[in-house]
Design a protein around this ligand. Structure first.
Ligand code: NCD
Ligand code: ZN
Length: 349
């Protein structure tokens, strides 16, 4: 049985939800990752230091005893966001980054930003204090084809942001296109991207394989095969600009399997194994640790984790459903067999 030892990784983009769902999902992430950037798209969203502190306390209270896990909180940008509040939260170590959702782009984004000009004050502050901006990079213009919304966002919005805020750290999150991979790779050192395990694993055909398959639907939506191949190339390239961000986004099975199903793939339970599958298939296990455990903290200016984890080549099957605090959720790779397994003794401290 072969083993693979690496520095304990972090998840630079996750949805932990709240209430019973939070309690049901957070330990999947905490068993795998030392830290995670926690998305603020609750209802109502996390927009103040007090909101983030209270949410962080609820996350910590839901952890199983013995797990060491540090949630890194984010501030949800709105048209009316207070730049002074952002600065106060960052200085106090409560906010690690700010998240920009274009209004109505995805789940719980109705309070998002309607025009980037409305947050120029906040962006000036973030640039000055070295606080990263995390982007849901899709335009919301209904006239733009859904498969083009990321590429059009890069043209219309991101290219100008990079030009107008040259010292602002920007993470283009959960990239799905060759255009995004190229734009980030060729961009300045202040620009990076996260890539999910699912966008590395399947293309848009998975959503329509013999019928409509809602568990493969997330936003940004999976694209054509050549885009998936470009993402795999970027993730395994060794470039420090690309790092792990699962975008694990749990929704109850009934909220997915319905006439208007929610976007999101619940990939937290076997996230690391799902990434290991991709790196293994690409013959790039030697690049896995940098992607999962080094590039992210270096970009954020945070220390690398010192603990090590072990993956063994020891096949495991992924359950069809996972019960999270009484809610049934279909996980990524449901019903499939994954070749790698994270050793639990190393994940729990
Ligand atoms: C996310 C969610 O459900 O909160 N869904 C998704 O498809 N990724 C929102 C988001 O990150 O777009
Ligand atoms: Zn997300």
């Amino acid at each position: 049985m072969s083993t693979f030892v690496m520095r304990r990784p972090d998840d630079w983009h996750v949805h932990l939800r709240d209430g019973a769902m939070l309690a049901g999902v957070v330990n999947f992430t905490a068993r795998q990752f030392a830290r995670a950037i926690v998305m603020p798209n609750l209802n109502p969203p996390v927009t103040t230091v007090a909101d983030a502190e209270a949410y962080r306390s609820r996350i910590l209270a839901a952890l199983e005893p013995g797990l060491s896990f540090k949630p890194l909180m984010t501030c949800y940008l709105t048209d009316g966001i207070d730049a002074a509040e952002i600065e106060r939260g960052f200085a106090a170590g409560v906010f690690t980054a700010c998240k920009l959702y274009p209004a109505h782009a995805t789940t719980n984004s109705s309070h998002g930003v309607t025009d980037i000009k409305n947050i120029h004050g906040a962006l000036d502050t973030m640039q000055r204090i070295g606080m990263p901006l995390l982007l849901h990079g899709e335009v919301t213009d209904k006239h733009v084809d859904i498969f083009d919304r990321e590429a059009v966002f890069i043209d219309r919005i991101l290219s100008k942001l990079v030009r107008d805020f040259p010292a602002l750290k920007i993470v283009l999150e959960h990239i799905t296109t060759e255009e995004a991979a190229n734009f980030v790779a060729e961009g300045p050192a202040t620009l990076a991207a996260t890539i999910t395990p699912h966008h590395l694993d399947y293309n848009r055909n998975a959503m329509f394989d013999g019928g409509i398959r809602p568990h493969f639907y997330c936003l940004p939506v999976a694209k054509r095969e050549h885009h998936r191949l470009a993402l795999r190339k970027a993730a395994t390239s060794g470039s420090a600009k690309f790092f792990l961000g699962t975008d694990s986004a749990p929704h109850a099975v009934g909220a997915k399997e319905t006439a208007c199903g929610c976007a999101g793939v619940f990939c937290a339970p076997h996230a690391l194994e799902a990434y290991a599958k991709v790196f293994d298939e690409e013959g790039a296990m030697d690049r896995f640790e940098a992607f999962a455990s080094e590039n992210g903290p270096r970009f954020y200016g945070l220390p690398l984790n010192e603990e090590r984890i072990t993956l063994t080549r020891d096949a495991q099957s992924v359950p069809d459903r996972i019960s999270a605090g009484g809610t049934e959720i279909v996980p990524f790779h449901a019903g499939a067999t994954l070749a790698w397994r994270l050793q639990p003794s190393n994940a729990a401290r």
